[in-house]
Design a protein around this ligand. Structure first.
Ligand code: FAD
Length: 445
């Protein structure tokens, strides 16, 4: 059967395959999706739910005997209501498509990820994707007004709520956000748009050795207030790798070499006040010695070039294959300590492996990539070292990528038994035959 299925459907972005699927279905309507699920449920056929397959936790990758249900044909933007700033879309609409269609009308969808050209809005909701602007706009959950979703037995819940306030009973949509396709399949979404900001400026600053990233974040929040739309940090090795690639992005002043850099983005209504605010922030930071150098974008191209340094993560990872990627949720006050202690422990235990640290520090999200790892034992060792440096329960093994298959062995580090037991009660109630994404997040008895 797999001979007929294009290779791209056999794994997500992580590249790991888990088995030979039973088939591939690409429904064109909610009705067709419901009928496929009804049949699968009757036949007890397990299903792998697929969006754009940019996930990195193995959630969308099929196991042996699973029927792949791809949402890619539910790709209609049904409506963009410019009066109320609401879009109603099929789950298979690609994130970038909605962003650019909305922008033609003066609105945008504020969730933004480097995978924007392939990931789908249904996938974004099911993983509760974060991205670069959580500090201002929240995660996908804050941008979803309502969903239409299909249960394992083919029951269709919906239509998607479009009201800002609606307390008529339980918010069933909330159950499907972040549950990674284990409770139902999202088929349509009503989303909150936001007006395109008239001015956006990006600033890259090189941090001095003794400055904590949390200290710079704290002063940025106070100085830039609601205008602050992104605060990303790249540790020394990330900057070095990004500059070595140079295929994308731009060259930086020599003063950035060997330092951590913070990418600060600000949105506002008029150019003069935004630039004045940023200049004041940089001057103060340089005067107090926290920042040693800065590059400010003066055009959209400039900003894109600065963001390209942060977005070069895909190329950096490619040079570290086979690597292990991490997506840790840690209080920003602990980012420096966790990054440094973890790196030291990794270098001691696995001297041939490189590690780079970077993250959406403004959102308390620290990423790490470690590789190349020779085999499964080494990957296991890397997992143990990295998760071992996380404060238990006061941290998350996954801030935005989801548990999928890859992190389920460490779920107890972030959630207590009672939480996991309650998740399983919900799973049993909504998918009693365990046909939706079985073995993702946790294993059922
Ligand atoms: C270069 C790169 C950068 C990235 N940056 C970020 C980032 O900044 N922030 C972030 O959060 N993530 C990031 N990601 C991860 C990924 O893009 C997100 O998790 C994204 O939301 C996944 O969407 P998708 O459509 O590709 O879903 P898939 O990978 O297809 O699926 C992900 C999970 O959602 C389930 N699923 C998919 N569609 C549906 C549906 N319609 N109904 C129910 N379940 C469904 C799948 O079964 C699977 O469990 C990045 C990935 C890459 C490759």
């Amino acid at each position: 059967m797999t001979d007929d299925i294009d290779e791209k459907y056999l794994h997500d972005w992580s590249g790991t395959r888990y088995g030979v699927p039973a088939g591939l279905e690409r429904p064109r309507s909610t009705h067709e999706l419901a009928s496929l699920l009804r049949d699968a449920n009757q036949a007890r056929t397990p299903c792998a739910i697929q969006g754009g397959r940019t996930g990195v936790s193995g959630g969308a990758s099929p196991s042996n005997g699973e029927l792949i249900l791809s949402l890619e044909r539910l790709n209609q933007i049904e409506e963009i209501d410019i009066g109320s700033g609401i879009a109603v879309v099929g789950a298979g609409v690609v994130l970038e498509t909605l962003q650019s269609e909305a922008e033609k009308l003066g609105w945008t969808f504020p969730i933004d990820l480097a995978s924007r050209g392939s990931c789908q809005l249904g996938g974004n909701a099911s993983t509760n994707a974060g991205g670069c602007r959580v500090i201002k706009y929240g995660t996908t959950r804050q941008s979803v007004l309502g969903l239409e979703a299909v249960l394992a037995n083919g029951t269709v819940l919906g239509p998607p709520n479009r009201l800002l306030k609606n307390n008529a009973g339980y918010s069933l949509s909330s159950l499907f956000i972040g549950s990674e396709g284990t409770l139902g399949v999202i088929s349509r979404l009503a989303l909150r748009l936001t007006p395109v900001p008239p001015v956006r400026r990006t600033l890259l600053v090189a941090l001095s050795e003794n400055t904590g990233v949390n200290e710079v974040l704290r002063t940025a929040k106070i100085a830039l207030r609601d205008a602050l739309s992104a605060f990303e940090v790249m540790w020394e090795d990330f900057i070095e790798s990004a500059l070595a690639i140079r295929a994308r992005g731009r060259e930086l002043p020599a003063s950035f070499k060997g330092r951590r850099a913070a990418l600060v983005e600000v949105e506002g209504t008029d150019e003069q006040s935004v630039e004045a605010m940023l200049e004041r922030f940089v001057t103060e930071q340089m005067e107090c010695g926290s920042v040693v150098d800065a590059v400010l974008s003066m055009s959209a191209q400039d900003a894109q070039d600065l963001w390209a340094i942060r977005d070069s993560v895909a190329e950096i990872q490619a040079g570290m294959r086979p690597y292990v990627g991490f997506d840790l949720g840690v209080s920003p006050s602990k980012h420096d300590a966790v990054a440094r202690a973890t790196k030291m422990a990794l270098t001691r235990a696995l001297p041939h492996c490189r590690s780079v640290f970077f993250g959406h520090v403004g959102d308390g999200n620290l990423h790490a990539v470690v590789g190349p790892c020779a085999n499964a034992d080494e990957r296991g060792e890397v997992d143990r070292i990295v998760y071992g440096h996380l404060p238990t329960l006061d941290s998350s093994i996954t801030a935005e990528h989801g548990v999928g298959r890859k992190r389920k062995g460490y779920l107890l580090q972030s959630r207590i038994q009672e939480d996991i037991r309650t998740m399983k009660v919900l799973k049993t109630a909504m998918d009693p035959n365990n046909i939706l994404n079985p073995g993702r997040i946790f294993d059922m008895p």
